[in-house]
Write a protein that binds this ligand. Structure first.
Ligand SMILES: *Cc1c(COP(=O)(O)O)cnc(C)c1O
Length: 377
C-alpha cells in the first residue's frame, strides 16, 4: 500500500473497513441473455405507466419532487384501507429497511456486543436464516448486532412453543425482519402463524412482503392492528418498477412518524412517484401478469421435477430447486454458458440449490430445453 492509500484508509471508520457489503445479483449486458437471477418481473409495466413517465419527462425535471410522496400515499391509503399517516414511501423498500435499523436499534460497542458476547436485545437486528441477505449488512452498517435464527429444514418458521423453548429467538429484540413469503425458498407463511408471533413479540417487527402479490395470503392487516408491526411492500418485483426504486411501509402513525424524522427530504424521485401512482390505476393489468407468472411457475416446476430436480413449492415469482447430476454451482456455470443466468448462493444451507426467477413462457421454455439437454448428456 502506498503512503497515499494508507493515509486515505485511516480516514475510514473501523466498522466500515471491516464491512462486507451486500452483493446484489449481477446485471450483465449480454445480448440475448435469459435473465432469471434477480426476481425482476419479465413483463413490462402497463402501457399507461410508461406513458405517464414519458409525459412527465420535460422541463419540470428541474424541480424537486413532492417531499412526502403525498399523492401516492393518499392513493395507497385508500387501497389498503388506512390513513396516509400510516404510510411512508422509500427509494425502494431497501431504503426503508435501512431506516428501520437506524430508527429502532441501538448501535453496540463497535457492532460486536460487549466483550464479544451477543449484544443485548436493544441492539439486535433479528431475522430468520435463510432469508434476505441484506438484513445482516444493514445491521453491520449501523453497528447493531445481526441475530440470525434458523428456519426449519423445510424453511418453515418454527412453531411458537418451539421458538419460546428454543432460546434462540429473542422476543425482546429491538427489530425483527420476517420475509414473507420467504426468499430464497418461496415458502409462504399463514397470517394466523404470523399473528401469533407478532402478539408474542415485544420489539418492532417488519413483515417484508416483497413477493406477496404472488402468494395466496398477505398479512398487511397486522401492521394496522399492532402498534409494533410494519409491513414492507415494493413496486419493484410485482409491479415491474425496479428501475425507478419505489417501496413503502404500512404501520402505526407513531412508528411511521419516527421513520419520517430520519428520512432524507426528497428520498423518492419524481418519476418514480408518478409511475407508482399510475400503477395503482392499472391493477387489472398487473393481476393478469401475476396469473401468467403463477401459471409459468407451475409449468416450470412440473417440468423440472420430471427431469429429477427437487423443486421447493413456491408462492413467489421464483423457485428454489436442487438440480440433479452435478453440483448446483456447476449448473450455474453450464447454464450461463448457454446465456441463461440464475442465482446461486454460497451459503452452507443453500449451496446445493439454485434460485430461478420465473421469466416469460419463452424464457422458461429455453431453460427447460437446456435442462433437458444437460440431464440427458
Ligand atoms: C427485492 C427485495 C426487496 C427490495 O426491494 P426494493 O423495493 O427494490 O428495494 C426487499 N425485500 C426482499 C425480500 C426482496 O427480495
Amino acid at each position: 500500500m502506498s503512503s497515499h492509500s494508507r493515509k486515505a484508509a485511516k480516514l475510514i471508520r473501523p466498522l466500515v473497513q471491516r464491512l462486507h457489503p451486500y452483493v446484489p445479483g449481477e446485471q450483465p449486458k449480454i445480448l440475448g441473455l435469459v435473465k432469471l437471477n434477480t426476481n425482476e418481473n419479465p413483463y413490462s409495466p402497463a402501457p399507461k405507466v410508461i406513458e405517464a413517465v414519458k409525459r412527465a419527462a420535460d422541463g419540470r425535471l428541474r424541480l424537486y419532487p413532492n417531499p412526502t410522496a403525498e399523492l401516492l400515499r393518499e392513493k395507497l391509503a385508500k387501497f389498503h384501507g388506512c390513513q396516509p399517516e400510516n404510510i411512508i414511501v422509500g427509494n425502494g423498500s431497501d431504503e426503508l429497511l435501512a431506516m428501520a435499523v437506524r430508527a429502532f436499534t441501538e448501535p453496540l460497542d463497535g457492532g460486536r456486543g460487549r466483550n464479544g458476547t451477543p449484544g443485548p436485545s436493544k441492539g439486535k437486528v433479528q431475522f430468520f436464516h435463510p432469508s434476505y441477505s441484506l438484513y445482516p449488512v444493514l445491521a453491520a452498517t449501523h453497528g447493531a448486532k445481526a441475530h440470525p435464527v434458523a428456519l426449519e429444514s423445510n424453511f418453515a418458521i418454527p412453531a411458537l412453543p418451539k421458538l419460546k423453548s428454543g432460546k434462540q429467538w429473542d422476543f425482546a429484540a429491538a427489530l425483527s425482519f420476517i420475509t414473507t413469503p420467504n426468499a430464497p425458498s418461496g415458502r409462504a407463511y399463514g397470517k394466523a402463524q404470523l399473528k401469533e408471533l407478532c402478539a408474542a413479540q415485544r420489539g418492532v417487527i417488519v413483515l417484508d412482503e416483497a413477493y406477496v402479490d404472488f402468494a395466496r395470503e398477505n398479512a398487511l392487516s397486522l401492521s394496522l392492528a399492532f402498534p409494533h408491526v410494519l409491513t414492507a411492500r415494493t413496486f419493484s418485483k410485482a409491479y415491474s418498477l425496479c428501475f425507478l426504486r419505489v417501496g413503502y411501509f404500512v404501520g402505526s402513525r407513531e412508528l411511521i412518524a419516527a421513520l419520517n424524522k430520519i428520512r432524507d427530504s426528497y428520498n423518492v424521485n419524481g418519476l418514480g412517484q408518478i409511475a407508482a401512482i399510475e400503477t395503482l390505476n392499472c391493477l387489472p393489468y398487473y393481476r393478469e401478469t401475476f396469473c401468467k407468472i403463477i401459471h409459468s411457475r407451475n409449468h416450470l416446476s412440473t417440468r423440472l421435477s420430471d427431469l429429477g430436480f427437487e423443486v421447493y413449492p413456491s408462492q413467489t415469482n421464483f423457485i428454489l430447486v436442487r438440480p440433479p447430476h452435478f453440483p448446483a454451482a456447476v449448473w450455474l456455470e453450464k447454464l450461463r454458458s448457454k446465456k441463461i443466468l440464475v442465482r446461486w448462493f454460497n451459503d452452507p444451507i443453500l449451496k446445493d440449490w439454485l434460485r430461478i426467477t420465473i421469466g416469460t413462457e419463452a424464457e422458461c421454455d429455453a431453460l427447460i430445453r437446456e435442462a433437458e439437454r444437460m440431464t440427458n448428456d
